[in-house]
Design a protein around this ligand. Structure first.
Ligand code: GCU
Length: 474
């Protein structure tokens, strides 16, 4: 299936690489401006490093001279990604979400909430995604347009919004969060909303230009919106890159740069995934003020890098009601300790390290993934007891994201859900492709398409309908 093969995450990474080169050239061009002395009373301009320079800076702070390279998408490379399941389980065990650091077992929900969960959060904060600052600037949401229109056969009202982040502490950096909200026009009461963390229209347009046309009958990437409207729910689209750029050179810009006043981040400072998740929470703050939205029933969806971000947002903000985590792979719902597809060396390298905390890189240096204090099953467990749907595609086409590794993490979060009186996946056996495991609060399905969220939307929405209740639709 050449279409699926060409749509692998590697090709996306390749395109991203091109974008990075362009950004580096742009950044280098701006480097000259740095030499000018700062005008008295004005804070210094943001530091501008390339991703490679910032990555090296972190390596120096960590006292690491080399990291291991990641897996290679090229099957003929000596370092090719492993796609043989019999060789994937090289680590004997996972950290136990229900054992405290002092070795005692977590025997009650109370111990989970008061002791174990904070321990896991601290590990993710310090070592994996970085700490969001305790205080972040206020966001002032402006509705820039309200349009009555048709979406397919549904009359809707679409609001375009910009979240202006207060930058009075450092006016050199402006952050304006892009969000749209689409509500059924005939809604008579506040509606549930599913919010997608989405690739920007520019990124998607560039991607589409380079890709062959989708095969006949392939669901369109926006078909989910009609499926959501058909339930009488609304949908929203957040552009994470308006919160924080998707590259290392941007770490002294965006919300991370604003809070750090243009300086490079500390080793445990937040990376892009945590910043994107922060943006999702600010959108939810807005929904709490918008009378057309039932803010207690806001769900999230994200695919690939934004699947990672959606899961992080769900884990860190208990106001989100449900999440669809699509093909999130390494750094998302996939176990680091499952050697299949993408590996830590890819995420720790200059193209992706900005998603994570600086501290994360050391697990690809002298340390290994087996030294990680936590793994993806514990990220999922932070969402408990709220419902989580983990999806991925077939090994051919989406092997890089590793559906089995995501399944194992979903299964590994089960004991926490059970402790909290909820249901787990119901099995620890990897199901046949296209089998929906949606009986409990942790759900999983591997579709037979490639690296796309589209085929799992219908299953996610029937799972979600158990929890999310809108007004009856005529
Ligand atoms: C790359 C990266 C993945 C990521 C993907 C995407 O392939 O290695 O981790 O999920 O891009 O976001 O499309």
């Amino acid at each position: 299936m050449p279409y699926l093969v060409r749509l692998t995450p590697r090709s996306i990474a390749w395109l991203l690489g091109l974008a990075l080169v362009a950004l580096c050239v742009h950044a280098a061009g701006r480097g000259g401006e740095q030499g000018a002395p700062a005008i008295a009373d004005n804070p210094p301009a943001p530091v501008q490093l390339t991703a490679a320079q910032d990555h090296q800076r972190i390596m120096n702070l960590l006292h690491i001279t080399a990291i291991r390279r990641g897996a290679d998408g090229d099957p003929n490379s000596p370092n090719a990604a492993n796609y043989d399941e019999s060789k994937a389980n090289v680590y004997a065990s996972l950290p136990d979400p229900l054992v405290l650091k002092d070795g005692k077992k977590v025997t009650s929900a109370d111990i989970w909430w008061k002791q174990r969960r904070p321990e896991i959060v601290e590990d993710f904060d310090r070592e994996i995604y970085g700490r969001a600052p305790q205080a972040t600037p206020k966001v002032n949401w402006e509705v820039t347009s309200t349009t009555r229109e048709m979406h397919e056969e549904f009359p809707v009202i679409t609001k375009k919004l910009v979240g202006h982040v207060d930058n009075s502490s450092y006016p050199q950096i402006a952050v304006d969060i892009q969000l749209t909200l689409t509500i059924p026009a005939n809604a008579t009461r506040p509606v549930p909303v599913i919010m997608e963390l989405s690739f920007s229209p520019e990124f998607l347009a560039a991607l589409m230009k380079r890709m062959p046309p989708p095969p006949p009958g392939a669901p369109s990437p926006t078909a989910w919106q009609g499926q959501v409207l058909a339930k009488g729910w609304g949908y929203a689209i957040l552009i994470p890159t308006s919160v924080q750029a998707d590259n290392g050179a941007g770490l002294t810009q965006g919300i991370i740069g604003l809070v750090n006043k243009g300086q490079p981040r500390k080793l445990d400072g937040w990376g892009a995934l945590r910043a994107w998740a922060w943006g999702a929470s600010r959108a939810l703050d807005y929904f709490e003020t918008d009378k057309s939205v039932d803010a207690k029933q806001v769900g999230l969806e994200g695919h690939s890098r934004y699947g990672k971000a959606a899961l992080v947002a769900m884990a860190y903000d208990s106001r989100f009601a449900i999440v669809y985590v699509s093909s999130s792979g390494e750094g998302g719902a996939k176990l680091f300790r499952h050697d299949f597809g993408e590996q830590i060396g890819n995420v720790a390298g200059t193209g992706e390290y900005h998603w994570m905390a600086g501290n994360f890189i050391k697990y690809d240096g002298p340390l290994t993934v087996n030294d990680l204090p936590v793994d993806a099953h514990e990220l999922i467990s932070l969402c408990a007891p709220r419902p989580v749907f983990i999806g991925g595609g077939a090994a051919q086409g989406d092997g890089w994201a590793d559906a089995k590794g995501m399944f194992l993490a979903a299964a590994g979060a089960g004991p926490v859900y059970k402790l909290l009186g909820k249901m787990d996946l119901g099995t620890t056996e990897f199901p046949a492709i296209e089998t929906a495991l949606i009986g409990g609060e942790i759900a999983f399905r591997q579709h037979s398409g490639g690296h796309t969220p589209a085929p799992n939307w219908a299953t996610f929405l029937s799972f979600a309908s158990r929890y999310i209740k809108g007004a009856p639709v005529n």
